[in-house]
Design a protein around this ligand. Structure first.
Ligand SMILES: C[S@@+](CC[C@H](N)C(=O)[O-])C[C@H]1O[C@@H](n2cnc3c(N)ncnc32)[C@H](O)[C@@H]1O
Length: 213
């Protein structure tokens, strides 16, 4: 993204952060998808876990509840989203999470091979160059580390249509691309991931896992 686009996207997501938790989209649609996704994210306690596009921190909080010893990191392009996450985590005594502003289209602010798990839910469609973003996921994982990625992905045919219409209707959300299941799988493999497993979790969403070779 150029600087103008970045500023625009940040402003948009900062505004969305105000209503993200209470909005219709999350309450009546996303929560069901999130819960279905969370059930599939299996970790080892004590692991280092990175959530890309963590938003208001719901997944990180869930991971903390299930795996209290996990060491948690998150990034998002929006300060507003991260501020909401910080507010949420502040009231939980034993929870420390390292949160940073970062754009998924840039290099990630983490060292090579730092994490056991990289997770991301419902934001990968904002990646401008999906293989580049996946290569960053690959780079920051330890060899043998696992990627869990859930994103909007409509049924074949519908997905292509949505991919054409959605970015025009919601052009203020910035770049959007719905890859489709097999293109996502190919992108993951091109980035170096192996053992890709995909499952459809609803008419709108696909969950993928893969291992860093
Ligand atoms: C639908 S929300 C999902 C948030 C969270 N992962 C969840 O499952 O609740 C999409 C998130 O992607 C973030 N986002 C959008 N574009 C981004 C980018 N280029 N880099 C990093 N985060 C981005 C937004 O700020 C927002 O928090």
């Amino acid at each position: 993204m150029d600087d103008g686009e970045k500023l625009f996207a940040r402003k948009y997501y900062n505004r969305w952060a105000e209503s993200y938790e209470t909005g219709i989209r999350l309450r009546f649609w996303f929560w069901r998808l999130l819960r279905k996704t969370w059930r599939r994210i299996l970790l080892e306690d004590g692991a280092l876990v990175y959530d890309m596009g963590c938003g208001t921190g719901n997944l990180l909080l869930h991971i903390h509840e299930e795996y209290p010893k996990a060491v948690l990191y998150g990034t998002d392009v929006s300060e507003g989203m991260l501020e909401k996450a910080r507010d949420k985590f502040r009231s939980i005594d034993d929870m420390t999470v390292s949160l940073k502003i970062a754009d998924m289209n840039d290099l990630f602010p983490w060292d090579d091979g730092m994490f056991d798990y990289a997770v991301s839910t419902f934001c990968f469609h904002y990646a401008k160059d999906p293989v580049k973003t996946l290569k960053e996921m690959f780079r920051i994982l330890k060899p043998g580390g696992t990627l869990y990625l859930a994103d909007l992905c409509y049924l074949p045919g519908i997905n292509n249509l949505v991919d054409k219409v959605y970015p025009r209707v919601l052009e203020w959300e910035g770049h959007i691309e719905f890859l489709g299941r097999s293109r996502l799988r190919r992108a993951m493999e091109e980035a170096g991931f192996v053992k890709t497993i995909q499952s459809r979790i609803s008419l709108f969403a696909v969950f993928s896992s893969a291992v860093r070779a």
